[in-house]
Design a binder for this molecule. Structure first.
Ligand code: HEM
Length: 475
């Protein structure tokens, strides 16, 4: 009897403590924003993690709350106060982020894996300066010298596809990693160095969405070890470049020559990059450029396979390009830069897939968005999936229809490569890789999917969970 009374009293005390914490643990300013902050300390973290791993991924977390609370709602996830919003107006405010209003909101694992010098962790003038250095070799002119390598690599890959069952995501991943490895540091597509690079990269990449527990056995721990291994590899390559035994005209070569601390002359020391800055930013380009382009290629094959009218029109464009060529010659730089329907297919793929489903910013000061006051330090997240599926802008939004891009759209309604000061600096490289890939694919093959499954992987970049298996046949 006494024990029962003690249990009941204990339970009442626990409930009172929880009610007290709920009433006092969260900032009062958040009261006016619709939504729930969940339990004290834990917030809605469990629900966020479980929705992240669901068939529709993080969109399901956002969508369920939008249905309940409207387009702006609050949450508390993994120790962060979050506000979610969507729409053109909100995206203009967040992505242009005037006068240092917001910074990029990289989660803890991302910060540790990419390192403190990463472009993603710089703000204001530091961000502008670093971006200038990084964006220059990624301009259309800067990419011309990699065209032949990418084209040869695509031909070689497609030579292996005839009559085969192929996991598109695996093939696309190998292709994009070889392209970026060559562009950054002239890695040969085959051989021991490529294998080592690939192994390190895969481990780092799969640690990116893990929880930041640096203890043996965790994905994060393995990721940090692989980062050390990758950096040792880069140290060796940088040393070879510096002692003149291996001069190359690649991204690393241009950084060392023009902007490296030891390499450049006549420049103010602050304007030069240390080796640590170079390494963090090479890793940043690898991480930011690999999964995104791999996902885009995989979704593209899926959408084209499901939309025969678009595939026929695309094939017509490429067959015409091919028919105008002298026999025996191959795709050229000027041809790849003149593929108008292909450009629309790429945009429509990025709209439908919305590879990065939400862009996250941290408030660097108090400001207002959609009529709600945001306090410094809160995380503000833009749901891009809803922007890309707004029926007011994109009629019948779930239909794959590249002709939507026949006429220019209102700004901030399509954010495939983002917008504002953080807009993707790698978009020309991505478009180049995709256009070359498409050309060889549609000129040579038809294909059929081997499974029907629309689930996405529990990763930050949305990709088909089943890696999209197809069977390929020559035309
Ligand atoms: C289809 C492929 C790609 C897509 C869809 C894509 C998309 C994006 C988007 C949407 C952003 C802005 C995110 C935000 O505002 O929060 C971004 C930023 C970025 N992307 Fe890409 N990207 C692609 C390929 C690449 C490639 C190939 C590279 C590098 C070689 C790259 C490097 C970067 C970097 C470094 C940033 C951060 C820019 C900054 O903070 O200033 N991306 N990308």
């Amino acid at each position: 009897m006494e024990l029962t009374i003690a249990v009941v009293v204990g339970l009442i005390l626990v409930l009172l403590a929880v009610a007290f914490l709920r009433a006092n643990a969260f900032p009062k300013e958040m009261d006016v924003i619709p939504g729930s902050l969940g339990w004290p300390v834990i917030g809605e973290s469990f629900s966020f993690i479980s929705e992240f791993s669901s068939p529709s991924g993080i969109f399901s977390f956002m969508n369920k709350r939008q249905q309940r609370y409207g387009k702006v709602f609050k949450s508390y996830v993994l120790g962060r106060y979050m506000v979610f919003t969507t729409g053109r107006e909100a995206s203009k405010v967040l992505l242009t982020g005037k006068d240092g209003m917001v910074s990029l909101n990289l989660f803890t694992t991302g910060q540790k894996v990419l390192g403190p010098n990463s472009l993603l962790q710089q703000n204001g003038e530091d961000h502008k300066r670093l971006r200038r250095l990084i964006a220059e070799p990624l301009s259309i002119d800067g990419l011309k010298k990699y065209f032949q390598f990418i084209n040869d690599l695509a031909i070689e890959m497609f030579d292996q596809w005839d009559g085969q069952k192929v996991l598109v995501l695996e093939e696309a991943s190998t292709f994009t990693l070889k392209v970026i490895g060559n562009m950054i540091m002239s890695l040969e597509p085959e051989g021991e160095e490529q294998e080592k690079f690939r192994d390190y990269f895969k481990i780092i990449s799969s640690s990116f969405a893990s929880l930041p527990f640096n203890i043996p056995g965790t994905a994060f721990y393995r990721g940090m070890k692989a980062r050390d291994g990758m950096f040792e590899m880069l140290d060796t390559i940088i040393a070879r470049r510096r002692n003149g035994s291996d001069m190359k005209q690649d991204f690393l070569g241009s950084l060392i020559k023009k902007h490296g601390k030891e390499g450049s002359e006549g420049k103010d020391d602050d304007e030069k990059l240390t080796d640590a800055q170079m390494k963090d930013n090479i890793l940043t380009l690898l991480i930011a450029g690999h999964d995104t382009t791999t996902a885009a290629l995989t979704w593209l094959v899926k959408f084209l396979g499901e939309n025969h009218a678009a595939l026929d029109q695309l094939r017509e464009e490429h067959m015409e390009i091919r028919s105008k060529r002298k026999s025996g010659s191959n795709l050229t730089w000027s041809e790849v830069n003149n593929m108008p329907y292909t450009a629309k297919v790429v945009s429509e793929t990025l709209r439908r897939a919305t590879i990065l489903p939400w862009y996250s910013r941290k408030a660097a000061m108090d400001f207002e968005i959609d009529g709600y006051r945001i306090k410094k330090g809160w995380s503000v997240n833009l749901d891009v999936v809803s922007i890309h599926h707004d029926p007011q802008v994109f009629a019948d939004p779930h239909k794959f229809d590249p002709s939507r891009f026949d006429d220019p759209l209102r700004s901030f309604s399509f954010l495939g490569f983002g917008n504002g000061p953080r807009m993707c600096p790698g978009m020309n490289l991505a478009k180049l890789e995709i256009s070359i890939f498409i050309h060889h694919l549609v000129c040579r093959y038809k294909w059929k999917p081997l499974e029907k499954d629309d689930s996405v992987q529990p990763t930050l970049v949305r990709m088909p969970k089943n890696k999209y298996p197809i069977i390929v046949e020559s035309l």
